[in-house]
Design a protein around this ligand. Structure first.
Ligand SMILES: Nc1nc2c(c(=O)[nH]1)N[C@@H](CN(C=O)c1ccc(C(=O)N[C@@H](CCC(=O)O)C(=O)O)cc1)CN2
Length: 290
């Protein structure tokens, strides 16, 4: 079949019969072919979620997909988004002192595993902090937070926001960026800022979670990738994983063992977001599998 482009549509609406049929018919009549379709009926919230991957099969297909979808969206009062798979999402990476997640994301990007365009790196630490990394010609922005200045944090965040806007960043990834975003910046980045927290949330929120875990004597440590909200480490969870530890592990060994968990959890969450597999469901997410 001769195809010219592929798209991902994600939609959510109140559940009722006929949603998938209506969308599928609109796509078919518009000259598109469905490659993959996934849906979830949340019987508790009575919300319905759909992810459809489809291709253009006719040269004269109605590629104004929003126009194609408008009557269906109105009929079912649905929120939806369409992504053209040919367009790489623009991603801004943010980091503080620990760069293992940044290094991992850059490797996965350079090897093609993460289909994205890295538009910049922001850090509250200077570039030479990452002397062992190849940052190439990625724009690097050293934005320290002057906590002694009355508006130090606000001024730094204003520069962050300027960079988000000027770079056209569609996704911001906090790759162990260890500054708490203000309510204002969290709101501006709602649904498009992913953080990696180095614990199996909701356990051990906040700072130094491995030391909290050590003091608690847990037998599992983990990492959690979540969307950032004003409420620290309370945002909708995208991905998590854990590893078994023992009484022999010191806090330093937990930090070391945790790095691998953080890397794979964050990379998975970023990929799920880039592939349009994540839909917000209140304070939770729906993550459609590969
Ligand atoms: N609004 C939000 N901002 C951030 C979140 C979030 O969920 N909502 N996640 C954090 C990451 N994080 C844990 O994963 C975290 C980062 C920072 C701190 C903290 O106590 N920071 C201190 C300063 C620490 C320093 O300067 O070294 C602070 O900001 O006062 C706790 C948890 C990223 N931001």
């Amino acid at each position: 079949m001769n195809t010219t482009s592929e798209y991902i549509i994600r939609l959510a609406c109140a559940n009722r019969p006929g949603i998938v049929a209506a969308v599928a018919t609109a796509l078919f009549e518009g000259g598109f072919n469905i490659l993959d379709s996934q849906q979830f009926d949340d019987t508790v919230s009575d919300r319905f979620f759909v992810r459809i991957h489809f291709e253009q099969t006719r040269a004269d297909a109605d590629i104004d997909i929003n126009a194609l979808m408008a009557p269906v969206a109105a009929r079912f009062d649905m929120q939806y988004s369409v992504h053209d798979c040919r367009k790489l999402r623009r991603v801004l990476l943010m980091v503080s002192k620990f760069d293992h997640c940044l290094a991992d994301l850059l490797y996965r990007w350079r090897t093609g595993e993460l289909a994205m365009e890295v538009v910049g790196i922001v850090s509250n630490h200077p570039r030479d902090t990452y002397a062992q990394l190849n940052l190439g010609d990625i724009p690097f922005h050293h934005l320290p937070v002057d906590k002694a200045a009355p508006n130090g944090k606000a001024e730094q965040e204003a520069r962050v926001w300027d960079i988000v806007q000027s770079s056209g960043a569609e996704l911001v990834v906090l790759a162990r960026y260890m500054q708490i975003l203000s309510d204002d910046l969290s709101a501006k980045l709602s649904g498009r800022c992913i953080n990696i927290h180095h614990s199996f949330l909701p356990g051990f929120k906040g700072a130094r979670p491995y030391h909290q875990a050590y003091e608690r004597g847990v037998k599992l440590i983990g990492a959690t990738a979540h969307y950032v909200t004003a409420d620290l480490d309370e945002g909708p969870i995208i991905e998590q994983d854990v590893e078994r530890i023992s009484h022999r592990d010191t806090p330093e060994q937990l930090v070391r063992r945790g790095r691998d968990i953080e890397r794979r959890v964050l990379a998975s969450a970023v990929r799920y977001h880039l592939e349009g597999r994540v839909l917000l469901n209140g304070h939770k997410t729906v993550v459609f599998p590969e």
